[in-house]
Design a protein around this ligand. Structure first.
Ligand code: NAD
Length: 703
């Protein structure tokens, strides 16, 4: 039975009982005892028992079966001899609990076994919920997923200033599975609860009604005593909340929630939000039934393809993060070229705490870049005016380029022209500190050509950002024949420092991402040329799971940029590739460049493509014609060792192009569908549409 205590979400800031720092604040291990590997237990002089969670051999706390088994053991002892109060808090500086240990979700197939495990977890939290004493979760840093579910099973939640809360399960194709779907809608307004679980958004404590008090670290003990003494007042779910939890209200609200979910992703690709809505509508009025249904629904989702692939994506990201794991202590970056890319790279680096000088021969370009930076900071730093001001202070206009002399990293982002870039290097390199790194943001010039006249080619490489820099997480780190391995590692660490994911690639035409995207975009143009509706082409790609169709993407990227990349690739690859049609060149010549000019393949209004044939149906082979050439290019990149392995390749394609995450990446999709099947489909397309579909020989070694 899940009896959830409902309390008033009073956001009191406790300052009155100004007590000294007690021995139980985080990280303090004095006089703690117990036979447990992950928990330390101690009773303070007020008779309050503190359970300090400190997961063994881990930098962050996550929930796992052994952790919950130990907690169960501790609760069992507390039941026998109930203290005045019980506090659960983390001993890790990083935060309370980051959620469940995701590694245990990998490769799960046995629904019955999973349901049994989940029931065991539920039993522990129910036991905590029923403990006949006041229970308090004291939370600092993050409190996510299973961690929040544990906190919800306590009577009170006291947040330390910096705490943030969320249910990110939906991002893994799941919903909460340890009673969160039962407890949260009973504690706070159910619409707010459902929104939190459906979006996976993380919120600060002060915004949340599920927290009973927000305080500062030095007042934690005072807040705990107040809770134990019954001075922290809570009240029941309010009238509106209760009303919204009735069946007719749930049914009405669920329709709106489902159509909102459908706008974001279809049920067939992302079933979790719909499963959560169904759970609430069906069982929202009965906690016991909801709990059982939550277990069954979670287990069904977790063994499904979507959740397993999204769990895979989680680890693909971890894999890329690991590559960025080195220590980058340096602080100064100098950017040459304040255009679309250079301006935005500089802005992003300054936002992430680096000191940035921004050079350009054109004063207006620097002014424009700083204006764009202010707009960006205004959007992403709404809550933090001080951070916005500091970031703008760190972004320094540098018309003379003097910043190069002090920089640890110089990034060149002038127009794509070999002679111009070489001229810049000749002027900048002699001014640089000997240990500094020189990088180019080139998208198509071979690094071997760029490094030719450098004095220190070993400290030069490509750092290829994508547009828009603030939204594209992936950055290609491009090597060449003379680069020092430690320079590649330093560049990856720099990207980790600015919260980007590095994908190391070899200098080859289009590197990885543009090489794979170009055949996809060109095939869409061939279809357009043959009279197919652009909306139908985009629909086929979106139905496959791409975040946007290739026609819309070409407009987003800019038709001039697409044309340039396509022509460079056509000229440098020994492979059949469609030629960009003349009408595309004409459009570019007329300045119809896509979103940025308001007109391209679509007309653009208020930042959105105007689509007039939304319901146009694509022919059955459209998705294969678009996606399989992309897969084929990925296989070429693997065969040519442009990228080291399938994990980096799949991660790079997902985080740079949004390749249908629920399919786990292009190579994973090919393997799931069957290598032989994909190759046979390519051969059929080659027979019907031409040799550009001929499968790469690299497929042989994948079989
Ligand atoms: P851009 O034309 O918007 O900006 C280039 C800037 O360089 C301009 O402000 C120009 O005034 C400045 N510049 C020209 N000569 C200079 C000089 N001698 N010294 C200092 N500044 C000078 O170009 P962009 O789109 O930002 O592209 C820059 C680089 O990034 C190119 O190599 C391009 O291939 C690459 N890139 C572009 C994109 C994209 O989507 N635009 C994406 C990835 C990589």
């Amino acid at each position: 039975m899940t009896s959830t205590p409902v309390r008033k979400p009073a956001l009191a800031v406790l300052g009155k009982r100004n007590l000294e720092l007690g021995p139980f604040t985080r990280g303090d291990a004095q006089q703690e005892s117990g036979p447990w590997a992950h928990w330390r237990v101690r009773t303070d002089e007020d008779g309050i028992v503190w359970l300090l969670f400190d997961k063994k051999d881990a930098s962050a706390n996550t929930l796992s079966e052994p952790v919950l088994a130990e907690l169960n053991d501790i609760i069992e002892r507390l039941e026998r001899d109930a203290p005045r109060g019980v506090v659960i808090r983390s001993a890790k500086a990083s935060g309370f609990i980051a959620g469940a240990d995701i590694a245990q979700f990998r490769g799960v197939t046995d629904v019955a076994e999973l349901e049994t495990q989940l029931s065991r977890g539920h039993a522990v939290l129910d036991r905590l919920d029923r403990l006949p004493t006041v229970t308090i979760a004291v939370i600092h840093g993050y409190c996510l997923g299973g961690g929040l579910e544990l906190a919800l099973a306590c009577d009170y939640r006291i947040a330390v200033d910096d705490a943030s809360f969320g249910f990110p399960e939906v991002l893994l194709g799941l919903h909460p599975g340890l009673g969160g779907t039962v407890r949260l809608p009973r504690l706070i307004n159910p619409v707010a609860a459902m929104t939190m679980m459906l979006t996976g958004r993380t919120e600060r404590a002060r915004r949340l009604r599920l927290v009973d008090a927000v305080t500062q670290e030095r007042h934690v003990r005072g807040a705990v005593r107040a809770a134990v003494d019954g001075e922290l007042h809570g009240s029941k779910q309010d009238f509106v909340g209760t009303l919204l939890n009735t069946k007719p209200a749930r049914q009405l609200l669920a329709r709106r929630m489902a159509s909102e979910a459908a706008r974001r992703a279809p049920r067939a690709h992302y079933p979790a939000p719909y499963a959560l809505i169904d759970l609430w509508v069906e069982h929202g009025g009965d906690a016991d039934a909801m709990q059982q249904a939550e277990i069954a629904s979670f287990a069904k989702l977790l063994v499904g393809d979507t959740a397993q692939n999204l769990v895979r994506v989680f680890f693909l990201r971890e894999n890329l993060k690991k590559l960025a794991g080195g220590d980058w202590q340096a602080r100064r970056v100098h950017v040459v070229g304040a255009g679309i890319m250079g301006g935005d790279i500089a802005a992003w680096c300054a936002w992430q705490g680096l000191l940035v000088t921004l050079a350009d021969t054109n004063r207006n370009a620097i002014g424009g870049a700083i204006k764009r930076a202010a707009e960006l900071y205004g959007k992403i730093g709404r809550d933090n005016r001080r951070r916005v001001r500091d970031a703008l202070d760190r972004l320094i206009p540098d018309l003379k380029g003097d910043g190069a002399a002090n920089a640890d990293l110089v990034i060149e982002a002038v127009p794509e022209n070999l002679d111009l870039k070489r001229k810049i290097f000749a002027a900048v390199e002699p001014r640089m500190k000997p240990g500094a790194i020189l990088a180019s943001n080139t998208s198509s010039i071979p690094l071997e050509a760029l490094r030719e006249k450098l004095a220190r080619p070993q400290r030069f490489l490509g750092i290829h950002f994508f547009n828009p820099v603030s939204r594209m997480q992936l950055v290609e780190v491009v090597g060449h024949d003379q680069v020092a391995p430690e320079v590649l590692a330093e560049a990856c660490a720099f990207l980790g420092r600015i919260d980007r994911l590095p994908a190391p690639v070899k200098s080859a035409p289009g590197f990885l991402v543009n090489r794979a995207l170009t055949p996809y975009l060109l095939e869409a143009l061939v279809m357009l040329d043959a009279g197919m509706k652009k909306e139908a082409i985009d629909k086929a790609a979106k139905d496959f799971g791409m975040p946007m169709g290739p026609i819309e993407l070409a407009d987003e990227v800019g038709l001039d940029v697409c044309l340039h990349v396509a022509e460079t690739l056509r000229g440098s690859l020994h492979r059949e590739m469609p030629e960009a049609p003349q009408w595309l060149r004409d459009k570019v010549a007329k300045g119809e460049l896509g979103k940025k000019s308001g007109k391209g393949l679509y007309d653009w209004k208020d930042g959105r493509a105007v689509k007039s044939h939304e319901d146009a149906a694509p022919p059955a082979d459209t998705a294969d014609r678009l996606i399989l050439p992309m897969l084929d290019a990925c296989v070429t990149c693997l065969r040519e060792r442009v990228v080291a392995d399938e994990a980096v390749l799949d991660g790079a394609m997902i985080f740079a192009t949004g390749f249908a995450p629920f399919r786990g990446g292009p190579l994973h999709y090919a393997r799931t569908r069957g290598i032989a099947d994909v190759r046979a489909a390519l051969e059929r397309l080659a027979a019907q549409y031409g040799p550009r579909f001929t499968p790469d020989p690299g497929w042989d070694s994948l079989s």
